[in-house]
Design a protein around this ligand. Sequence first.
Ligand SMILES: C[S@@+](CC[C@H](N)C(=O)[O-])C[C@H]1O[C@@H](n2cnc3c(N)ncnc32)[C@H](O)[C@@H]1O
Length: 261
Amino acid sequence: MKIYKTNFPGCKKNELVSELKRFSKIFKDRPIKNNKGGMRFEHMFATYFILKKVRPPVVIESGVFKGQSTWLIEKTLPKSKIISIDIDLKQRKYISKNAKYSNLDFKYHDFSNLPSNSLVFFDDHVSHMERIQQAKFFNIKNIILEDNYRSYKGDFYTLNHALKSSGFNHKLGKLSLFKTFFLFFKEFLKKLLFSQYYFSIDILKSRIRDVKPQKNDRNNLINIIDIYFEFPSVRKIISKKMNIPLGELKSYNYITYLRLL
Ligand SMILES: C[S@@+](CC[C@H](N)C(=O)[O-])C[C@H]1O[C@@H](n2cnc3c(N)ncnc32)[C@H](O)[C@@H]1O
């Protein structure tokens, strides 16, 4: 695994600065002005930069929410095919004419015949370990992990957690615990009442998310990752002239690009 710390493989530092200036203008046209719970400026810039470098013919997006990332992918790569997945597509405020939408989880698709340089963008807060294994299964080599929280931070098992063997313990508030219990009860009841009902383990997994520290995850990952690049925070090189709202600069979480072997 080759780790790149400050810049995308093969890029010069001034490229980052000139692209940042260009992106700050594009950003003004974003469809969702307040994207609380979704992507903000720094991660949007990182995604824009990586997409421009990789130029994938197909981009699969998992985790659409209001649609800011769909707009960003479309704006950055107008000629690429976009497949946008969210288990709850009702949240969309921006709906692209160019994206193909699906509410079927990534792992249930047939992505076996994608062009070789395709890319998957994961912003669905599902375990990175599982998502990387699934991408490997479909032979998708380019991956963007939108949030790559450090140990003991975040709300799901990330690549950083796996590489540090810290596991992930999902802390649930009282309300959240109640909701989880209610969902479990509903599923269980349906299973009991209807002989043909399929218990949705995905629903429960999306609530619990615990992963015990696993000693083999790190090695298994290192063996399949070729390039690891944590996109740096650009906060320090953002000038006042760019006029980026302060609220847009508060959620940098080590967005990461991976190239699998
Ligand atoms: C952080 S938001 C995505 C933000 C979005 N990319 C943006 O640009 O603002 C996470 C989204 O993941 C969706 N989600 C949760 N589980 C999912 C799954 N298994 N597959 C796809 N999407 C999922 C949620 O419904 C939610 O809309």
